[in-house]
Design a protein around this ligand. Sequence first.
Ligand code: PEP
Ligand code: MG
Length: 315
Amino acid sequence: RAAAVVVPFDGEGRLADGTPVALLANVGGAADAATAADARAEGIGLFRTEFCFLDRVDAPSVDEQVEAYRGVLAAFPGRRVVVRTLDAGSDKPLPFANADDEDNPALGVRGLRVARRSPGLLDDQLRALALAAEAESALVEVMAPMVATVEEARVFADQARAAGLERVGVMIETPSAALLASEMLEVVDFVSVGTNDLAQYTLAADRLLGELGELNDPWQPAVLRLIGAAGAAGRVWSLPVGVCGEAAADPALAPVLIGLGVSSLSMTPRALGRVAAALAEVTAEQCLTAAEAVLKAATAAEARSAAAEVLGSES
Ligand code: PEP
Ligand code: MG
């Protein structure tokens, strides 16, 4: 296959009828943030903070964390930056946060669940984030990974707000969180759908196993319906629902996600131009029609062709 051509992005995501769609970048640290700024991302929709500390044996100090976070915030002054608290465990184990004797790490103490075992870790991170935000005069938004229950969301939101962080969200990456999106939005300010894990947990298929790729597919109708549940909840509360998994980088799927109620897409910076070009071809009305069509599909193939028929793309 020929290397994909990178389509330039003009820095403003919108549909053919002018409806804005925030196109944001996924980053793992300051170097990525610089790349994202060069690619004219409108902000950062997912800062995977665990990437800053993958090689660490001991937990980073608050000062070390402040420095790492400031490096990212400094690249997007005045822009939206969504910082995810440590998603330690499973495919991203951190020696200072995770036990190494779990039989099923993807179903184990990962993401926000680590905070229960090591409360100081989340305390320190929230403090570091608040300090970094203050130092950079940045509008930081903070979100938690691997949330399954409304209690978890509430405890996280209380803790983040007590640390001085005003905009708080949770990731929707478990079927439970998707089905409870409306209740989640009663206690947080936004949600962001992590389609990589949402597909893994919905289809019960390890995201690291290439041979299960057909199951690990955001076009699977069950995944689309769960994203639709989150989008519908966002519409009810008039609160933002983002997508920050790989699905956001699929130009054929992006308009469908918007039709399902998603208001921002966060992706690898090199995908921004292609997704922006696909969105610029379609109206909000077409996105809605495509979303209605995929929600009736029984298979991933049917969902793809239903969307292509409405949107005229050759997916
Ligand atoms: C996801 O699960 O879709 C996600 C964005 O988080 P990560 O890929 O870091 O698990
Ligand atoms: Mg995830």
